[in-house]
Ligand binder design. Sequence first.
Ligand code: GDP
Ligand code: MG
Length: 355
Amino acid sequence: MPFRSGFVCILGRPNAGKSTLLNALVGEKLAIISPKPQTTRNRIQGVVHVPKRKGKGGGQIVLVDTPGVHKPDSSLGRKMMVEVREALEGCDLVLVIMDVTRKFDPRDQFALDLLRRPKTKAFLILNKVDLIREKSKLLPLIEQYRKLYDFAEVVPISALKRSGLDTLLEMVIATLPAGPAYFPEDQVTDQPARFMAAEIIREQLLLNTSEEIPYATTVMVENFEEGARLTRIAATIYCEREGQKGILVGKGGLMLKKIGTSARLQIERMLGTKVFLELYVKAEPRWRDSRRFVEELDWRRQLEQRMFERGTPQHSGTEPSAREDRNEDRQEDSKEEPVAHAGRIANGDDDPTKD
Ligand code: GDP
Ligand code: MG
């Protein structure tokens, strides 16, 4: 049997479990998860290395997790849908993932319509079967979907409980063309560490805040200096209004401290170094409607920008941002006292130079 490889896009409505599936298949947390819809804002690649087994040639699956399919009403939403379309382009297989606890509605149709255009090979993945006691209840749902698209396979799984995943992997590999690996064996993602750090901070925002704040916030890592034992990170949390800033900082800075500490511990685990994390909070009115601002959040664009400015190919995602304006802002902030109302918090050892 030949070695097989290809790009496999995970598509579905918000909250179907796409990112949970990506993490479960890769075996590492690459995408942040929350019970809130639209947690994922850009496409995320995760590499699954499938070893050779008896009679099977093994292979490499490049999974691409995408933002949930929805009708956008802001620049951010439109950018998210561009990410979905770009992920669909040129992929070998699409996993259409649906939450079996929800009834089919026009929004599911909207997701399927995206598929039809390139006429891609697709599997229907029925997720969250752990929540359904009578599996026979799935049959009418499968029928309904099958009428709407010619799925090559229908696979029931629980991404959360990791059931049905081996079967799914086998079916995916069997579908992919024979070809060499796209990524070296020790690589699991193309995401730079500094972007993953921003996402980990954003996950804490999603988990610790409610109402409009999760949707009105974003995180930009301004500085990322990785050392052998200590990584210094400075990041700004952007919200849309002064009132939200107050909530994010919290009484006596408690909320920001909580977010910072939880994020720092996770980033330390990811990097395998100690982390000194500084967080700033800023209100940037209507940033979600600003195309320029939304574009600047895109790490792929940030990397291109840096390569362009230096005139040399550069693939490290771990260097300080070259964006002059933002750095100036940060310097302004760092002149402020490190007290909670200034929206700044330092997390980690009091004196990081000691480490
Ligand atoms: P995405 O928006 O499609 O990426 O969805 P997420 O992966 O962020 O998951 C959304 C929510 O569904 C989270 O609270 C997950 O824990 C939950 N979830 C995902 N997969 C399963 C599953 O198989 N079973 C159950 N019970 N919950 C799941
Ligand atoms: Mg997601």
